[in-house]
Design a protein around this ligand. Structure first.
Ligand code: SF4
Length: 448
């Protein structure tokens, strides 16, 4: 029997797309293909794309054209383009990217084996399916994150209709996985030695509303076996108006669930939020932040804002600056608004000039830098539990994360060990905070 070709995958975009990549590799490995990490060694290449804004589309096309060159060496036999780019350009993608053999939309992730077989036969296809697919605990996954870290998708799609966002059209309606199924996947990840599980969806706080009978994120947290798990469960992507007192209390009482609240507010000025088709205002958001800190004083808060949204005035931006000064977020990301074709916001009047948006982005980051440093300085002298993730060059210590740092998007903890003790990657240590930097902390592993 001829050996199946080697497969590699380039995963772009968000952790939800990364889970799809891991599912595709898991299905291919199950079908007998061997997975390689080096694209130069691959005979079949999959580029799992992101396309929610123009820069992401640009990055996807560049990645595809980059690996397509491997066809000239004869090494690469088949090139698959998966993810949001083919979904966004369903009718034109085939002609726009002749380098690609087969296109696979997000709804057809589970047809990746067929896609590879078709491509190896030299057929050019666009494999599309209704946006209803979501994997389950039985679905094989070839995990690409470090051994100790895993993303667990609790739902896919989005029923919110933020006026600037293309995701609902790329990912379809909200669909939750049953509580039991999530519990089973968590159990197998724990068995595999995973010490941090990030629960993800477009909007985790809308979890379970579509199930029969309906469930909720609170119910999920209460039913997950968190008491006996000595690792971390981190919840990402909470929708502001769905962060209830009950949810905050559920986070407080679930041992393994870290007090980390990732709540993209996007803006705080009522006029802008109305145009964004998002709920809330400065007062309601500050009330929520205070409520979280009252119930969990050591809670870490992360948010994202969009500046330069159509109609955003200097006063609106000043409101945002004032709110950031008052809220004192631990982690904050600021994105410049992109007028995406097909979104309601792109048709709005009073589009803000790019240079004004860039200026506001810079100003907000500089305000946040002082706040982030001050928040970190308050931790000096305290003990923190840190997950050790990598050794620094020249044996200068290690780097890891605390409960205040989500993977890839937040700060790091620089770890020094007394007596040159050696630390184990993927394990927790208790450490004392010695020094604060703007985004990172410096700690010393306590020998006591
Ligand atoms: S919540 Fe809004 S911004 Fe987030 S994916 Fe849904 S529509 Fe897009």
């Amino acid at each position: 029997m001829t050996e199946k070709p080697t497969v590699a995958l380039v995963s772009l975009g968000c952790p939800k797309n990364l889970v799809d990549s891991e599912v595709m590799l898991g299905l291919l490995e199950q079908a007998g293909y061997s997975i390689v990490e080096d694209t130069e060694q691959a005979q079949v290449l999959i580029v799992n794309t992101c396309a929610f804004i123009a820069p992401a589309e640009q990055e996807a096309v560049e990645a595809i054209l980059d690996v397509a060159e491997l066809k000239e060496t004869g090494q690469l036999k088949a090139l698959i383009c998966a993810g949001c780019l083919p979904q966004r350009h369903l009718d034109s993608i085939r002609d726009e990217l002749p380098e690609v053999d087969v296109f696979l939309t997000p709804g057809a992730v589970d047809q990746v084996v067929e896609a590879v077989q078709l491509a190896l036969k030299g057929q050019r296809e666009v494999i599309k399916s209704p946006l209803t697919y979501i994997y389950n605990a039985e679905t094989p996954r070839w995990r690409s994150t470090p051994q100790w870290l895993a993303y667990l998708k609790v739902a896919e799609g989005c029923n919110n209709r933020c006026s600037f966002c293309t995701v609902p059209s790329l990912r379809g309606p909200y669909r939750s996985r049953p509580v039991d199924d999530i519990r089973d996947e968590l159990a197998s990840l724990v068995e595999e030695g995973v010490w941090e599980v990030c629960l993800i969806a477009q909007d985790t706080t809308n979890y379970g509303h579509d199930l029969e009978p309906p469930a909720s994120l609170v119910q999920l947290l209460d039913e997950l076996p968190t008491r006996d798990y000595d690792g971390w469960i981190r919840i990402m992507y909470m929708y502001p108006s769905r962060v209830s007192e009950a949810l905050i209390e559920a986070v407080a009482r679930a041992d393994a669930v870290v007090p980390y609240f990732d709540i993209p507010f996007q803006h705080v000025a009522s006029a802008v939020l109305r145009q964004m088709r998002r709920p809330g205002n400065t007062e309601s958001y500050l009330r929520l932040i205070n409520q979280i800190r009252q119930i969990i004083p050591k809670a870490a808060l992360r948010t994202t804002f969009i500046v330069g949204f159509p109609g955003e005035t200097e006063q609106d931006f000043q409101l945002l600056l004032d709110c950031v000064q008052e809220a004192r977020f631990d982690r904050l990301a600021v994105f410049r608004y992109w007028p995406e074709p097909g979104t309601a916001a792109a048709k709005l009047p009073d589009q803000v000039p790019e240079e004004v948006a860039n200026q506001r982005q810079e100003e907000l980051y500089s305000v946040q830098e002082d706040i982030s440093l001050a928040n970190n300085e308050r931790l000096v002298g305290q003990r923190l539990r840190v997950l050790v993730e990598r050794e620094l060059e020249e044996g200068d210590g290690w780097a890891g994360r605390s409960y205040r740092d989500a993977p890839e998007i937040d700060g790091e903890v620089i770890i020094y060990a007394e007596d040159n003790n050696t630390l184990e990657l993927g394990k927790f240590v208790w450490a004392k905070v010695e020094k604060a930097q703007v985004h990172d902390l410096e700690v010393v592993v306590a020998t006591d």
